[in-house]
Ligand binder design. Structure first.
Ligand code: SF4
Ligand code: SF4
Length: 421
């Protein structure tokens, strides 16, 4: 378990993190800042602060954007501290009923598939479907869901159930796809785009149908039992399949950061051998644009295709740029066929924030999201792109609420589109 006291005492109170902090921008108070969180967690460790409901609400307001970690001169893991205190809060207060249901479903793929199928059949009763945005809007205000926001709509068949396990494309390589839950159950065009790209590259694809949720929603909410169950399952599966594959690719920043970074941190104090094993497996696990840019001939293929007369802008997901250093790779591919207009701060968090912020503190996500939507709108781009479905969900809704015409596309969708023409 993380040492709250030692980390808190290592904070030199320089305040460099504060102007970058997402929650501090929405609630400019020292207690909702990285420095404030560290001070409170140090006090908790000394026995001077109780984890009461006020403390719970404060620690649940962090967006886990890691901006503070990025700028801190002492590399203090504020995000890790927050994740660990949320675990303690979950132990003390238990998880809300809806979170227990969601995390249980994420642990049981068969029932999740069944639930998603049921949801697909009945979603039009409560929601208007906006298929061009892979989204749905409530017909009436629902408990904890405002009427004007957009949510991911469900598909009739999941991505993983829509294709055979092995897709032969000529054998010039062999990759596995870890698709992530949002792209599996809702944003299916991402996986379909990836299949088109590997077909064009003559690379065989293995769909990895036994993959489990990466566990990120549970990790950010303090449900460490679910994280341990899902992570152990995935690691065993990756070990089994990776000897036969060149790589596993993930078109999702959050899933990729969870698997490549957080699994290692999570097991470092629980099961050192497993953490070491994961580090080794990581050598063959990549974000999709990273793999396509560095390890395939995709750029050459794209260069032969026409340059589109369309402006796009690129949003850097926190879990891609800050956690994994991935930001050049998607741009290097996209620029082959699209003109890129950078927004004033592509690195600013979109305001997704995780399950609790999306459901119980949505006013915070809304405020941060509106700022991002206005920034995107100013570029006059036709599309905003980011390799993350959590960003897609948040930005699509923020653009809609702010009456912007800009549409969101994962870079994989845009690249597949360029290959088609
Ligand atoms: S992770 Fe983001 S929101 Fe949380 S304290 Fe750090 S900068 Fe602020
Ligand atoms: S940047 Fe780091 S050392 Fe400086 S106040 Fe923030 S957490 Fe403390």
């Amino acid at each position: 378990m993380i040492d709250f006291k030692a980390i808190s005492e290592s904070c030199v109170k320089c305040g460099k993190c504060i102007p970058t902090c997402t929650i501090h921008r929405a609630n400019a108070d020292e207690v909702t800042s990285p420095r404030g969180f560290l001070e409170l967690l140090g006090a908790y460790d000394r026995g001077d602060l109780e984890l009461d409901k006020t403390a719970k609400s404060i620690f649940e307001s962090c967006f886990l954007c890691t901006n503070c970690v990025d700028v801190c001169p002492n590399d203090l893991p504020v995000d890790g501290m927050i994740e660990n205190v949320r675990y303690k809060l979950a132990q003390k207060y238990g998880l809300s009923f809806y979170k227990r249901v969601v995390f249980w479903l994420l642990r049981h793929r068969f029932f999740m598939d069944l639930g998603a199928r049921f949801g697909y059949v009945f979603q039009t009763c409560g929601f208007k479907i906006k298929s061009e945005l892979n989204s749905m809007q409530p017909r009436f205000a629902l408990p904890m869901i405002k009427k004007d926001r957009l949510l991911p709509s469900l598909t009739s068949k999941t991505f993983l159930n829509s294709h055979p396990e092995v897709i032969k494309n000529g054998g010039e390589g062999k990759v596995g796809i870890f698709i992530g839950c949002l792209a599996n159950y809702s944003y299916k065009d991402i996986g379909e785009g990836l299949l088109e790209i590997f077909k064009a590259l003559h690379v065989d694809v293995y769909l990895l149908k036994k993959q489990a949720c990466c566990g990120a929603p549970a990790y950010f909410t303090g449900d460490f039992d679910s994280v341990e169950y899902l992570a152990r399952k995935n690691i065993a599966y990756f070990e089994e399949v990776l000897s036969e594959l060149d790589a596993i690719v993930i078109p999702e920043a959050t899933c990729s950061a969870m698997i490549k970074e957080d699994y290692v941190h999570f097991f470092a104090t629980r099961d050192e051998k497993l953490a070491e094993k994961m580090k080794k497996l990581n050598e063959k696990i990549f974000m999709a644009t990273e793999f396509l840019d560095k390890h395939t001939k995709l750029k050459d293929l794209l260069a032969k295709k026409q340059k589109k007369d369309e402006l796009i802008t690129y949003h850097d997901p926190c879990h891609a740029r800050k956690m994994q250093g991935i930001y050049k790779e998607p741009r290097s591919l996209l620029v082959q066929n699209y003109a890129i207009e950078e927004m004033s701060d592509p690195n600013e968090c979109c305001g997704f924030g995780g399950v609790t912020i999306q459901v119980e503190k949505f006013h915070l996500a809304e405020e941060i999201g509106s700022h991002k939507a206005r920034m995107i709108d100013k570029t006059k781009a036709k599309y905003v792109s980011a390799e993350c479905s959590a960003c897609k969900m948040q930005i699509t809704s923020s653009l809609h609420v702010n009456k912007s015409e800009v549409q969101f596309k994962n870079p994989i969708e845009l690249i597949a589109r360029a290959l088609r023409d």
